[in-house]
Write a protein of this length. Sequence first.
Length: 216
Amino acid sequence: MSKIALFGATGTIGSRVLDEALRRGHRVTAVVRDPAKFTRTDPDLSVVTGDVLDPASVAEVAKGQDAVISAVGGGDGPGHIATIKPAAESLVAGLRTLGADAPRLILVGGAGSLRTPDGKQVWDAEGLPEFLLQIMHAHGDALDFCRTVTDVKWTNLSPAATITQGERTGAYRIALEDLVVDADGSSRISTEDYAVALLDEVERPQHIGERFTVGY
């Protein structure tokens, strides 16, 4: 059983991460701007006020935790896209103040910078909408920043090219820089199985200081 601080617990992916963590018996602290709007209750769930863009706030909620998970993404609109890299920077800055007692940091990443079977990157595909490209590149910038960090134990988990709500099968395949595709050439993962992979990494660390990706 681990103690986990979770930013972005109300989002599409963050809520699945919360479900999976509680399912496994972990103690989760959901860090939100307004706890009054977070109505979920669970014996192993605490809710606190915090700001992912404030390093001091990050440090405060991270004290005593085993892992900090950030599911802060750009799917909720342009204003959220602009927070992706600054959130990563703030999380690292906050954890740095805790020194050797700092917990692990696991960030929900993006698929845009992954290599495709033709040797390009996902974000090079023709016809992608501008909004999606902005999200992809923001996650790419956050990953580039993380790769400069050597004094905080970070992990970045990129989803498959397509991630949608669906079934929890508990099955997935792992790669590092290459997009995971199936026999038909499609790349997909459910939000539920993405959360399984993320909590597996929390419980059995394999990718400290690197990015990895999952898909079927």
